[in-house]
Design a protein around this ligand. Structure first.
Ligand SMILES: Cc1cc2nc3c(=O)[nH]c(=O)nc-3n(C[C@H](O)[C@H](O)[C@H](O)COP(=O)(O)OP(=O)(O)OC[C@H]3O[C@@H](n4cnc5c(N)ncnc54)[C@H](O)[C@@H]3O)c2cc1C
Length: 481
């Protein structure tokens, strides 16, 4: 028996063969999630010939295929917008189609009781509300978007910028020239092909490319943290949300007993709740959000999280996917039978994409840690500033974390940038700043840098920061004075 508990050898040698080169471009972005779309658009706007490779049939990653539709944390708790650029541009485009919920600017940093009550009631307090150290709730800038419209707008942003999109294409291996990445092999229905590029950007979320290029990485995440989980979103429509909310409030004990029976255990504190968040009773009790998108009347969103030892292990991913699909149907049937408001409900969809919350984090030229936040460090090569709305009382004394360009450059490898949740960061820094808006900011920075490197025929380490800063500022990215 071999190490895989099967008879025979444990490995087999793949035969060498000639591979067709499909394109030879300035910039290749692998992974079309929030980080990858931003990277590709930014690179193409910088004048680089750009290909964006995506394994699924749509762009958006978790923000579309994962049915994860909040773009939160864009302002400080005092209402100062710090994330703009492509994030704001995207939100505005989706909003123009009437397909977004945006907290109006006049409320940023304020305490407005009807809005506070609405977010608490619907479960969205975790995105739009934070405790100010003075004890009161404050509203922070953010948005919810319709995933189908986001797919459309991401396609449009790419095509307007001149990005060539290749869907149904799975980037499998980097093509190396010594320690330099010079392209990527990918698989599709057309077989294995190659794309060569002056700069490759790994936006796979999980670091599929940097990991195979031999870059160092850290995958450790303590089991009690949000980003140690796999998750599968599910949307239930046809719910009489008013009836459900009334029952939950007026028969709280009965409701709690029903949820306990359905789950087979008492409701427990969600690991996603961080110190400055308000624990909305709706969210705490059952993990259900009551959708507040203008076109989503009667929709409830469920997002069960399950701890995974390795979020990129295919057997573990399969197991969690199968278990959560079953759980969604079991729970919906229970709700439909027992909970007022769910009588005429139906499951619209479970997410096409399993939710990976953390994963591999590259060992970069700089590693972002909480020390950077608490020392208020402003880097000479800052490419993004994130509002800190996550660390509890220190959100006022330490409202911003600056991200240096070096956090996107894998140590010891050239020709490669990382623009996704796998950026170089400690476990805690990654927990707080690996969300959709953050990954979009990293993507926008990486794309602009890659275009500059490709045009100047230099390595990614030799990009002129003044020029990079100019490119980002021209796209409304907020940078240090
Ligand atoms: C259940 C859940 C709820 C969440 N809620 C929120 C929320 O409300 N708001 C928020 O801001 N964040 C939320 N997050 C976190 C957020 O979704 C992610 O951190 C964010 O999407 C990361 O963006 P990304 O571009 O790095 O990766 P992803 O969104 O994972 O995108 C990666 C893309 O690369 C593609 N890809 C992967 N490997 C390959 C390959 N080898 N070849 C080709 N393509 C590949 C994928 O298909 C995908 O399109 C949530 C996450 C989960 C799991």
């Amino acid at each position: 028996m071999n190490g895989n508990n099967m008879p025979g050898p444990a490995t087999i040698t793949e035969t060498a063969r000639e591979i067709r080169i499909l394109r030879n471009v300035d910039v290749l972005v692998v992974g079309g999630g929030p980080g990858g779309v931003s990277a590709a658009v930014s690179a193409a706007r910088g004048g680089a010939s750009t290909v964006l490779l995506e394994r699924y049939g749509h762009l958006g990653g978790m923000a579309t295929g994962g049915l994860v539709n909040a773009i939160p944390g864009l302002s400080t708790v005092d209402g100062r917008q710090m994330i703009a650029g492509l994030v704001q541009e995207t939100i505005d485009r989706v909003a123009k189609r009437g397909s977004a919920h945006i907290l109006d600017k006049r409320y940023w940093g304020k305490n407005d009781q009807p809005l506070v009550d609405m977010y608490m009631e619907t479960g969205y307090s975790i995105f739009f509300l934070r405790k100010h150290p003075d004890g009161g709730p404050r509203l922070i800038h953010g948005a919810l978007i319709e995933p189908e419209i986001l797919k459309y707008e991401f396609n449009a942003l790419c095509s307007e910028a001149g990005v060539e999109i290749l869907l149904h294409s799975w980037g499998t291996r980097p093509i190396m020239d010594g320690e330099r990445v010079k392209g990527v092999f990918f698989e599709s229905k057309s077989g294995r092909q190659a794309i060569l590029a002056k700069v490759v950007i790994d936006s796979t979320g999980d670091g599929d490319i940097f990991y195979q290029a031999g870059a160092g990485y850290d995958g450790h995440i303590a089991p009690n943290r949000r980003h140690s989980n796999l998750a599968l979103s599910c949307w239930i429509a046809g719910v009489d949300v008013g009836k459900h909310a009334a029952f939950r409030k007026e028969h709280a004990d009965e409701y709690a007993a029903l949820i306990t029976e359905m789950r087979g255990e008492p409701p427990k504190r969600r690991t996603s709740l961080l110190p400055g968040m308000f624990a909305s009773p709706a969210y705490m009790l059952d993990g259900y959000f009551q959708d507040i998108l203008p076109n989503h009347k009667g929709v409830m969103i469920v997002q069960p999280h399950v701890h995974a030892d390795d979020q990129a292990d295919v057997e573990e991913m399969t197991d969690v996917n199968l278990r959560l699909t079953k759980r969604h149907v079991d729970h919906w049937e229970f709700m439909r039978k027992n909970v007022p408001g769910f009588e005429d409900s139906y499951i619209v969809q479970t997410a096409a994409q399993l939710g990976t919350t953390g994963g591999r984090r590259v060992e970069g030229e700089y590693r972002v840690t909480l020390d950077d936040l608490f020392s208020n460090t402003v880097f000479d090569d800052t490419v993004a500033i994130f509002p800190n709305v996550e660390t509890g009382d220190s959100i006022v004394s330490n409202p911003l974390v600056h991200i240096p360009y070096r956090a996107l450059i894998p140590k010891g490898i050239d020709g490669l940038l990382v623009a996704c949740r796998g950026f170089s960061s400690s476990e805690e820094a990654n927990l707080y700043w690996n969300l959709i808006p953050h990954c979009m900011c990293l993507g926008q920075a990486a794309g602009a840098a890659a275009a500059l490197a490709a045009k100047a025929n230099t390595g990614v380490r030799d990009v002129d920061y003044g020029a990079l800063r100019g490119r980002l500022a021209a796209q409304n990215v907020i940078l240090p004075e």
